[in-house]
Design a protein around this ligand. Structure first.
Ligand code: ATP
Ligand code: MG
Length: 318
């Protein structure tokens, strides 16, 4: 009952009800007007006057036009409010997720420091503790970095360097640098068919695009499966694709996944999801580079391919 009342007094429900009321009122008004018009026609016939001299259609037409405008306006408002409502809910989930994500490494660092302070450790143990703390600080830095990037993108303040970059070399370097970590986490990363492609942009940002896409491919696909990165050129575009053999994305989510805080529904609840910032950052950076990014998937369980298209530096493929 309480839930029902909450839904009933929700602004979106109220506005929708007002919409229905307007529409019903409009229908009655038209019926009333037509009824009256017919009466006037009968009266005119009996007195020999012309009906159009007695009644005009103008108020009805103007009234209907006004109501159509109101209807359109409120529809836009409903859509906007629903979006805001969903965003607000996703932000609450994000806040609880991110507080947990920030607290866990901090707690771990504190625990390790306390152990080091209170116990005499041998050099190997000490080195292991320091490595663990460094991993935790890396995790914190990555998380804070993505919050910062998302907030700067939101305010269109993410600074971007303009350099000529060999995308194929950037991919090769990325794969070499990350291969061991990705393979020790149980995936095989394959860089295949890397066509030479020069683009203009910020190498760090493009590396973070690749990093986010590969991190997703790792997170949303089963251990042991392949992650394939390829690069081709077509016309004046370079197309970088990251393909996995994972949980896939339902067709109705293919565009939504790029929204701020969006965490997918595909694959069920057993999947460990992140903060919902990654693809928002990817899209923002790609758009800053005048490119576009799309997600493709044959459906749930059938893997996903993300394709990033960037304009070539010389305007055409080599
Ligand atoms: P973050 O990257 O910020 O740690 P996240 O991975 O949940 O968190 P995004 O990278 O923005 O956020 O992805 C949004 C959603 O898109 C994910 O929650 C997931 O449901 C879906 N998704 C992204 N990449 C894939 C993929 N390769 N396969 C299947 N689903 C994916
Ligand atoms: Mg992600």
């Amino acid at each position: 009952m309480k839930k029902f009342l909450k839904i009933l007094v929700h602004p979106v429900t109220m506005i929708s009800l007002v919409q229905v009321a307007w529409t019903v009122a409009l229908i009655f008004w038209i019926l009333f007007f037509i009824g009256r018009y017919n009466q006037v026609v009968e009266l005119a016939e009996s007195t020999g006057a012309r009906p159009q001299d007695l009644v005009s259609w103008a108020p009805l037409v103007v009234g209907i036009l006004l109501l159509v405008f109101i209807f359109g306006g409120t529809l836009v408002l409903i859509l906007y409010l629903s979006r805001q409502y969903i965003l607000n809910r996703q932000m609450k989930i994000f806040m609880s997720f991110i507080s947990h994500e920030l607290r866990t490494p901090l707690t771990s660092i504190r625990l390790l420091l306390e152990t080091m302070r209170d116990n005499k450790l041998n050099p190997e143990q000490e080195a292991e503790f320091i490595d663990n703390m460094l991993q935790d600080t890396d995790r914190l830095t990555r998380r804070i970095g993505s919050i910062l990037s998302a907030s700067r993108l939101e305010r269109r303040l993410l600074p971007m360097r303009q350099e000529i970059i060999s995308l194929d070399l950037l991919v090769e370097r990325f794969v070499q640098g990350r291969k061991t970590a990705i393979e020790s986490a149980g995936h095989r990363v394959i860089a295949r068919d890397l066509s030479p492609a020069a683009v203009i942009g910020d190498p760090e940002q493009l590396e973070s695009v690749l990093g986010n896409l590969v991190a997703n491919a790792e997170r949303y696909s089963p251990t042991g499966s392949d992650i394939t990165i390829s690069l081709s050129t077509l016309g004046r575009w370079a197309a970088l694709s990251v393909r996995d053999e994972g949980i896939g994305i339902a067709w109705h989510e293919l565009r939504k996944v790029f929204r701020l805080f969006y965490r997918g529904e595909s694959g069920g609840d057993s999947i460990k999801r992140g903060s919902g910032l990654g693809l928002y950052i990817v899209k923002g950076i790609v758009e800053q580079h005048h490119g576009k990014v799309t997600a493709r998937s044959q459906g749930i369980g059938k893997g996903t391919t993300f394709v990033v298209q960037l304009p070539l530096a010389n305007g055409k493929s080599e």
